[in-house]
Design a protein around this ligand. Structure first.
Ligand SMILES: NC(=O)c1ccc[n+]([C@@H]2O[C@H](COP(=O)([O-])OP(=O)(O)OC[C@H]3O[C@@H](n4cnc5c(N)ncnc54)[C@H](OP(=O)(O)O)[C@@H]3O)[C@@H](O)[C@H]2O)c1
Length: 270
């Protein structure tokens, strides 16, 4: 499958190198273009460096990894050259298929990877426009498996989905940063040891729950014996944290709504 990546920034670079490392796409079949060509020279050994239009002529699957402000320009630029059979994959969740269709007439998908793709453990979201054939869906899903699990959602659930997998590493990091800061005030154990102990325990708890199919409630019950020390702590969390969690989703979903509105305006040239 000839695969092209337009935009060699944070996401485009990560995907290009992961596809190459996984051996999913050979050097001859992997194309990359970037607005600033100098930046992409480091990829000479693993991909063919080209222009947006040449890439669109050649690739069967085209990942558009640019910011919303640049998306319309790129889509307009490739609209006449992209092959009728190609799948254009936008990494931007904010601009709808309907808006993109006003500029380009082709099969489309959207993909949202998460930071954990760096270690091959992304929960990558994918949604397909109407009319994308099953073989194309399978080909994209198969390609993305080299960065982790692939989860298909309808377009209108991509927002909340993104909160749960793409934003979540940031939410988790900030929550446990607060916990480590607080712990530091109650002990002489050095900060770096506290962080390592907590991180390893978060990671192991997640793996334990997934591998043993355990619920949160089961973990809490196993650790927090009646009248014990852990129960004292979990009570504080269940009493105090729901308000913060509700506020977090209210604020982020509202911000997402405004971001989508702004991206759609930029895209439609308003
Ligand atoms: N970062 C994340 O964690 C994340 C997660 C999920 C989805 N996304 C989405 O992925 C998309 C890309 O994000 P990013 O973080 O990778 O952005 P980024 O680091 O700013 O990279 C964007 C790249 O696009 C290039 N570009 C801009 N206009 C272009 C054009 N006309 N032709 C070719 N290349 C062009 C830029 O080139 P220059 O070198 O000239 O600047 C830059 O290398 C965004 O829509 C974002 O919402 C990001």
């Amino acid at each position: 499958m000839k695969t092209g990546i337009i935009g060699y920034g944070s996401m485009g670079r990560m995907m290009l190198w992961k596809f190459s490392e996984a051996g999913n796409v050979s050097r001859q079949d992997l194309y990359v273009s970037n607005r600033t060509p100098d930046k992409v020279q480091e990829a000479i050994g693993i991909a063919q460096i080209t222009t947006n239009t040449e890439l669109a002529q050649n690739a069967d699957m085209i990942f558009v990894c640019v910011r919303p402000v640049d998306l319309k320009h790129v889509i307009e630029e490739i609209a006449d050259t992209v092959s009728q059979d190609a799948l254009v994959v936008s990494l931007n969740g904010s601009v709808s298929f309907d808006s993109m269709h006003k500029v380009i007439d082709c099969r489309m998908a959207k993909v949202i990877p998460s930071l954990t793709a760096e270690i091959g453990r992304s929960q990558t979201l994918v949604c397909f426009d109407e009319g994308v054939e099953q073989d194309k869906k399978d080909a994209l899903t198969e390609l993305l498996k080299c960065i982790g699990d692939v989860i298909e959602l309808p377009e209108d659930e991509m927002g909340m989905g993104s909160e749960l997998v793409s934003c979540m590493p940031g939410f988790i990091a900030s929550i446990f940063d607060v916990i480590c800061n607080s712990a530091e005030g109650h002990t002489d154990i050095p900060r770096d040891m506290i962080v390592k102990m907590v991180l390893s325990t978060i990671s192991a708890t997640g793996d334990l729950m997934l591998s043993k199919d355990m619920t949160f409630d089961e973990v809490v019950t196993r650790v927090a014996t009646k009248g014990g020390i852990t129960e004292e702590g979990t009570r504080v969390v269940y009493e105090g944290f729901p308000k913060t969690a509700d506020l977090l989703f209210e604020k982020t979903l509202e911000k997402r709504r405004l971001t989508t509105e702004r991206a759609e305006k930029i895209f439609s040239g308003q």
